[in-house]
Write a protein that binds this ligand. Structure first.
Ligand code: AMP
Length: 359
């Protein structure tokens, strides 16, 4: 499908009603675009800031068709949108990034196979189809190892750490998926990510690598830029650019990586959308990851990724949200709340970015 650049006034469709869609819509509004969100729940963080919303299930064909007809381009803010829904929309309306990228990244096995095929290093892994296969693989891999469900996993959901005491049948049940992937445990020195934007014309813009600290598999803090050796940072950026090119990405992609004790860089996961570890770019960079997404999918030039401040981004998870007043009292802090009514343990309610301006 040929694609003409969109101009301000056009409507961007966003699949998913979460905070990533909300922040994309805010960036889009600033550039004069309209947004229409498709969400499964009413009053979603995205809907609250969009001028139109469709609230329906992802298998509601009429709702998908109506949404596709009402917008000029579609993007997604959540990986686990059913592939059928995205493919259906793509028959009438451009979807950026293209649906095939979503299909690769929503399946941990396809994702790792893709990475291997383009010569990107990952930890050792194996497909697991049942508890017997798991028992055999545990024996081969040694301990610790990590079992993950191939689909619908994020923030540590569907993930089990295996030790010599773990019973394979018990681990298989806890994982709770149909197909699993066993990964050798990476004894990492740190976790980093790189966000890369790629425009319609193939132009690339890479934000500097950031360091991510997780608690219970959920991102807690991002330190931007990271404090690793410049040589490792350069390698990480080169990996992100290579992946974006090989995927023929139009949009924004986050590449999550482990830096091993030996200084190796291994890719853990890809997310073809704005990413939690890129929230710092809103307040510390000339162009945020959300604005880059809007520019890329509309066929407009990418913006500068320069940062005028260093930053530490902290997620407000669950009850942490009560500390919003504290953030407002800190002159170096920028508070972002996502408008979620219900507080649940570990739920991403907002974030605070502390800025350290370059003098
Ligand atoms: P994921 O859902 O794959 O992003 O995993 C969430 C978090 O679990 C990662 O950010 C790591 O902290 C940890 N993790 C995942 N896979 C591994 C692994 N193979 N080795 C060590 N830690 C891991």
């Amino acid at each position: 499908m040929s694609f003409k650049a969109l101009t301000p006034g056009a409507t961007i469709g966003i699949l998913g009603g979460g905070q990533l869609g909300r922040m994309t819509a805010l960036a889009a509004a600033r550039l004069g675009f309209r947004c229409h969100v498709f969400a499964t729940e009413p009053d979603s963080p995205g809907e609250q800031v969009c001028n139109r919303a469709t609230v329906a299930a992802y298998d509601d064909g009429d709702a998908l068709d109506g949404f596709a007809a009402a917008v000029d381009v579609v993007t997604f803010e959540f990986e686990n949108i059913p592939a059928d829904a995205v493919r259906r929309i793509a028959t009438t309306t451009p979807v950026r990034p293209r649906p095939e990228i979503l299909e690769i990244t929503q399946d941990r096995l396809r994702e790792k196979d893709f990475l291997r095929a383009i010569d990107i290093a990952t930890t050792t892994y194996r497909e697991i189809s049942d508890a017997t296969a798991l028992a055999r693989a545990m024996h081969d891999f040694g301990y610790p190892a990590v079992l993950k469900s191939v689909r619908m996993g994020y923030d540590g959901k569907g993930q089990v750490t295996l030790t010599p005491e773990t019973r394979p049948d018990e681990a298989w049940r806890r994982m709770g998926g149909e197909i699993g992937i066993l990964e050798a445990y990476v004894d990492f020195a740190c976790e980093i990510s790189v966000i890369v934007a790629r425009g319609q014309n193939g132009a690339l813009a890479t934000y500097p690598p950031v360091e991510n600290q997780h608690t219970r598999h959920i991102l807690d803090t991002t330190i931007a830029p990271e404090r690793i050796a410049p040589e490792i940072a350069m390698r990480a950026e080169a990996i992100a650019r290579h992946v974006a090119e090989k995927l023929d990405l139009v949009g924004v992609l986050a590449v999550e990586m482990f830096v091993t004790q030996a200084g190796e860089v291994l890719v853990n996961e890809l997310a073809p959308r704005p990413h939690n570890s890129g929230h710092w770019t809103i307040d510390a960079c000339i162009t945020s990851q959300f604005e880059q997404l809007v520019r890329a999918i509309c066929g407009l030039p990418l913006g500068s990724v320069e940062h005028h401040s260093d930053a530490v981004m902290k997620n407000l998870l669950g009850d942490d949200v009560e500390r919003w007043r504290e953030a407002l009292n800190d002159p170096a802090a920028k508070l972002h709340l996502y408008g979620k009514r219900e507080v649940k343990p570990g739920r991403k309610m907002g974030h605070v970015t502390r800025l350290f301006p370059h003098r």
